[in-house]
Design a binder for this molecule. Structure first.
Ligand code: HEC
Length: 233
C-alpha cells in the first residue's frame, strides 16, 4: 500500500515539474516562432506588407504602382516663394503673401526659436548655446583617447555680417534643409512656424545692430542722454 502512495506522489511531482521545465526552456532559448497569443483582439490579420509578393497580380507585387497617367491633385507645393523661399530662381527678399508680419508672428517666432535654435545658437543668437558650451567643455577636458580626433563646428553667430545680410529666403532654406554641418528642421517645425522663426531672427539681428537713423526723426530728439545706440554713421 505504502509503495503505491510513493509511486503516485513521485508521478505527480514529476508531472507537476513539466510546465516549469517548459517555461524555463522557453525563457532561456530563442525561437523564430511567434509568441503564443491566446486573445487575438484583431492583432493578427491577413494582409500584405510593404514589398511582399502577391500571386494575384501578373508581376507578383503586392504593392501596386500608380495607374499610368495618374495626376496628383492638390498639395503640389507649387508656390516656391512660400514653400522654398525662392522667387524667380533667386532667394526671396520679401515675405510670401501667406505670412503676415506682425507682433503675433514675432512672438510665435521667438517661442519656436527659443525651443529649436537656442540650444546651439543661444538666446541672443551668438552661437553660444548650451550644446556648444558642453561640446567645447568635453573636447577640452577629455582624454585624447576618448575624443579620438573628434571636432566640433561651433554654431554660427547669427550676427555675423555675412549671415545678417543673407536674404530671408536663404535663412528660410537654412532652417528647412540645414547648411553644411547643421541639419534641417523641416520634419520638426511646420512651414508656417519656420517663417515665424525667420521673422524673429531678422528682429534679433536688428536688435544687435540698430543705429540712431533707424528711429523716426521725432523720436531721436529724446535719445541723446541714453547711450544705448551707436552714433549715426
Ligand atoms: C544642433 C545645433 C544647431 C541647432 C539646433 C540649430 N543650428 Fe543653426 N547652425 C549650427 C551649426 C553647427 C552651424 C554652422 C554650420 C557649419 O558652418 O558647418 C549653423 C549655422 C546656421 C546659420 C548660418 C547659415 C550659413 O549660411 O552660414 C543659420 C542662419 C542658422 N544656423 C540658423 C538656425 C536656426 C534659425 C535654427 C533653429 C531653427 C538653428 N540654426 C538650429 C547648429 C545648429
Amino acid at each position: 500500500m505504502i509503495k503505491v502512495v510513493i509511486f503516485i506522489v513521485t508521478v505527480v511531482i514529476t508531472v507537476a515539474m513539466i510546465p516549469l521545465a517548459l517555461a524555463a526552456t522557453a525563457r532561456s532559448m530563442s525561437t523564430k516562432k511567434p509568441r503564443i497569443h491566446f486573445v487575438q483582439d484583431m492583432d493578427n490579420q491577413p494582409k500584405f506588407r510593404a514589398q511582399h509578393s502577391n500571386d494575384l497580380f501578373l508581376d507578383g507585387r503586392a504593392m501596386r504602382p500608380p495607374v499610368a497617367g495618374t495626376v496628383a491633385r492638390g498639395n503640389l507645393k507649387e508656390d516656391s516663394h512660400y514653400n522654398l523661399g525662392v522667387v524667380n530662381d533667386a532667394w526671396a527678399t520679401t515675405f510670401p503673401a501667406q505670412v503676415r508680419v506682425d507682433m503675433d508672428l514675432l512672438q510665435r517666432g521667438r517661442a519656436r526659436f527659443n525651443i529649436y535654435c537656442t540650444p546651439c545658437h543661444g538666446y541672443a543668437g551668438y552661437g553660444d548655446g548650451m550644446v556648444n558650451k558642453r561640446a567645447q567643455e568635453i573636447l577640452e577636458n577629455s582624454d585624447p583617447a576618448v575624443v579620438k580626433g573628434s571636432t566640433w563646428v561651433q554654431p554660427k553667430s547669427l550676427h555675423e555680417q555675412l549671415i545678417s545680410e543673407q536674404p530671408i529666403g536663404q535663412l528660410f532654406n537654412t532652417i528647412t534643409n540645414g547648411v553644411r554641418t547643421m541639419s534641417g528642421y523641416a520634419a520638426q517645425i511646420p512651414l508656417a512656424d519656420r517663417w515665424a522663426i525667420v521673422a524673429y531672427v531678422k528682429a534679433l539681428q536688428k536688435s544687435q545692430d540698430a543705429n540712431l537713423n533707424d528711429l523716426p526723426a521725432d523720436q531721436r530728439r529724446d535719445l541723446p542722454t541714453i547711450k544705448l545706440f551707436k552714433e549715426p554713421n
